[in-house]
Design a protein around this ligand. Sequence first.
Ligand code: SF4
Ligand code: SF4
Length: 593
Amino acid sequence: MKLLLTGNEAIARGAWEAGVKFATAYPGTPSTEILENVATYKEIVSEWAPNEKVALEAAAGASIGGIRSLCAMKHVGVNVATDPLFTFAYLGVNAGAVLVTADEPGMHSSQNEQDNRNYARHAKVCMFEPSDSQEAKDMLKEAYAVSETYDMPVLFRMTTRVCHSKSIVSCSDREEVMDKPYEKDIRKYCPLPAFARGMQVKLADNFKRLEAYSNTTPFNYSEDNHSDIGVIGSGVAYRYAKEVFGNTVSYLKIGFSYPLPMEKIAAFAKGKKTLYIFEENDPIMEKEIKAAGIDCIGKEKLPVMGELTPDRVRKALLDETVQIIEPNPELVLPRPPALCAGCPHRGVFYELGRRKDLMIFSDIGCYSLGLMAPYNATDAMICMGASISAGHGVQKAFDIKGDHSKKVVSILGDSTFFHSGITSLMDVTYNKSNTLTIILDNRITGMTGHQQNPGTGYDLMGEAAPMIDIEAMVKACGVKNLISIDPNNLQIVEEAIEWGLNTDGPAVIITRWPCVLKKFSGQDNEEFPMAFKKVCSVDVDKCIGCKKCLKSGCPALAFDRANKKSGILKESCVGCGVCAQICPKQAITVEVR
Ligand code: SF4
Ligand code: SF4
């Protein structure tokens, strides 16, 4: 059977065909759809974990317990999961275990462009790198065989273009893999220093065997086009090389990329006048090949940052400029990223942006949009969960310096709070900070596309799940000053912020209102019966054209320059009423749809 699949769908199919029985992930672009698709296979128990470390630990446990497991995350998620990863490599597996890292050259929706091939070398785990959906499925199945044969978890690197591009995939039936018996073996599963030293030696031996595998696996193959120009390429970079050079050069395709097949590489390089290394981001293969004494051209010509598109390759190697059709600026209006019309975070950012006495540490998620105009309500952000702990550090710096001109506010969402905000909040209370934390609970994991989380009442399989109470969690972290508010009421938001800033000791505000794009659950309907059932309009006779309502930043608002009047797009407006509260002339009215 042949199917048209994205790389992420192909990973899910590969997991199913490989007999995987347990899969877990924390969502993050470009990896999110892997688990969403795995969850459609009823033979695989699929879970969203609160964060990537937890996900990998659960997958490691399933492997030790005797069933094949899959874990997926975006590239920065692997940073969170490194603690178990480095030691899981020492322990090895019982049943096969694969960690998929979805890297993002070009940073389309990420805070950095880290190249997770470095983690394979650092954590001492082998690595596959597919170039398309067929390879993604086939290599994933092979990765389980490698994991079990060489007794190690496998790092499996996807990149955005491979994750999201579609190509035809030949599919097979599911292989029913025998579950492995679990046997107590403390020398294998307990890395006490005395045992870990032995594990390290075993790992080094396994890598020697893996070098032989790398030199013989059909996933590392050459295409001889009788040219004295050669390209060694991995991942989607290999496809770009094919697109630019076609059959005019010879290729060595690297699919199993760590350890590198140095014997195959040396044989391929022999007699080549020019040897190019095609890899996105860091010069990892290039450095190892040069260190082996093989002359090659890599990052001195090809870009080290961003995606390696065919156009960039043509420009870098052939000095050919590709003609680009520029959009007509009169037809295509600039559309900066903005909070959606009716976003429940709007009121908070509107109020925070009005204050000049705050240092606002934001987190990763929809709330990162609070830094955009018209709010300008963010000073800094680092990574998931950092808003609270980094905010704590800033406040400590202010306190130590005796600088009382600004107070720190930390902002994060519900999923981020569960991900790593809890431990940061414990740090704040334990170390007697007096920051204000605002948890924007929009009842879903918003920016990655509405995945369930421990606070939503549902699991990845769509079944009802216990709903973790954020208020109770905050109290359990030692916070005594806590209020929950409706973020659409600007007066309440303003008063809550004032209360939080004047509270002695750490304070937490929880804003509770569902994401405007959310499919409401029964519980949401009960708690928010009138949400998004209203619409606003501007009374043009009352409107004086002051544009204050535009400061709400809502994309449903438009301004008629000719008549100097505001207007509201009824199709977009959900009647949250934020703009109506800003209008000084009560020119905006709210009515039930
Ligand atoms: S009420 Fe105002 S702020 Fe709210 S969605 Fe409608 S136009 Fe936007
Ligand atoms: S704030 Fe009110 S008066 Fe001012 S432009 Fe908007 S609708 Fe008109």
